[in-house]
Ligand binder design. Structure first.
Ligand SMILES: Nc1ncnc2c1ncn2[C@@H]1O[C@H](COP(=O)(O)OP(=O)(O)O)[C@@H](O)[C@H]1O
Ligand SMILES: N[C@@H](CCOP(=O)(O)O)C(=O)O
Length: 322
């Protein structure tokens, strides 16, 4: 087996669901994590930047655990690893931090042993761990992905985001774990609501593929998860209703929340007004939030260069180890 000295991977964050595509649609975003991994005499995990605060730095760390899943799958033994990670992705805000860590750890571990596993196999393993393919698929493949998971295998098709699509995320200053935001969901839904979502999710994929910006707003409406999660995200209901009148092409809860996402036409001249409206509305509900203008990331983790390196420090530009 061809083992390289060390590997470095860049992984995009993600926004899952895009409204109606619960557990199905995802889009990679230009907010990144970097993971460096190499064999070591004893395990050492270094985490850089405020977003990494509180995460375990021993063999319980998610990235170490997913790396061992890869080695077990291939039948190699590398029990001791040096792993470094720097991430721009805030934790538990609905921007796919866990998906980034899973994908980053898996792609890095696979690369470390000469990439014996295909991207499709990594996708199956990552989906099995995360429980749904939307956010891991976006981080792994980039672009907009539509995915299906049958409990064993995940299939996907990647759409190239239109060059005029820009994304505004409003990140509240509180955390909401995906597991908590899934607990409020009902286990059964009516046929009417199922039809409502199937039709809009299909329309959204078609609108995104064909550049029909005029239909994105209508297509991003949802009855499967957002109404049930509304009580967890103050201000969300007002924003979902009003943001399309303030210049958003469409608006949704990002992943399991609490971040809200607006899809915007890059040419829109009133982007600043939209941002102010969203921040002011959150504030009126007592929520402080940060706005970030992002782009869809067309490249996923697997498409970016894997380099030999043992100088992670180059990359982190003075970020402090936490
Ligand atoms: N770099 C990382 N290393 C280890 N664990 C991580 C990392 N990033 C995220 N996690 C785990 O994922 C959890 C957040 O996942 P989740 O609740 O799904 O929210 P998110 O929307 O950010 O993915 C964190 O509390 C932590 O347990
Ligand atoms: N489909 C999932 C997506 C969760 O994404 P995350 O980025 O919030 O972890 C859900 O809506 O629960």
């Amino acid at each position: 087996m061809n083992r390289t000295k060390g590997v470095r991977i860049k992984v995009p964050a993600s926004t899952a669901n895009l409204g109606p595509g619960f557990d199905t649609l995802g889009m990679a975003l230009s907010l990144y994590s970097w993971v460096e991994m190499k064999e070591s005499e004893s395990t050492c995990i270094r985490l850089y930047g405020d977003n990494m605060k509180g995460l375990p730095k021993d063999k319980n760390n998610l990235m170490y655990r997913v790396a061992q899943l890869i080695f077990d799958e291939v039948g190699v033994s590398i029990p001791e690893l040096e792993i470094s990670m720097y991430s721009e992705v805030p934790l538990t805000r609905g921007l796919g931090s866990s998906a980034s860590a899973i994908v980053g750890g898996m792609v890095a571990a696979n690369a470390l042993i000469g990439s014996p596993l295909s991207n499709e196999k990594l996708f199956d393993m990552a989906t099995s761990l995360e429980g749904h393919p939307d956010n891991v698929g976006a981080s792994l493949f980039g672009g907009i992905i539509t995915a299906v998971w049958d409990g064993v295998h995940a299939d996907h098709i990647k759409l190239e985001p239109h060059a005029d699509l820009e994304v505004l995320v409003i990140i509240p200053d509180f955390q909401l774990s995906t597991s908590e935001a899934r607990q409020v969901l009902p286990s059964h839904i009516s046929r009417e609501d199922a039809v409502y979502n199937i039709s809009r999710s299909s329309l959204l994929v078609a609108a995104l593929s064909s550049g029909r910006f005029d239909l994105i707003g209508k297509a991003m409406s949802d009855r499967l998860h957002q109404p049930y999660r509304a009580s967890l995200v103050p201000g969300m209901v007002s924003i979902l209703e009003e943001a399309p009148n303030r210049g958003a092409l469409g608006v949704a809860l990002s992943g399991a929340g609490p971040t809200l996402l607006a899809i915007v036409d890059r040419q829109n001249l009133h982007k600043k007004d939209l941002e102010s409206y969203l921040l002011d509305t959150m504030k009126s509900y007592g929520i402080l939030a940060t706005a970030r203008w992002l782009n869809p990331s067309t490249e996923g983790a697997t498409n970016l260069a894997i380099v030999e390196s043992d100088l992670f420090v180059d990359l982190i530009k003075g970020e402090v180890e936490v």
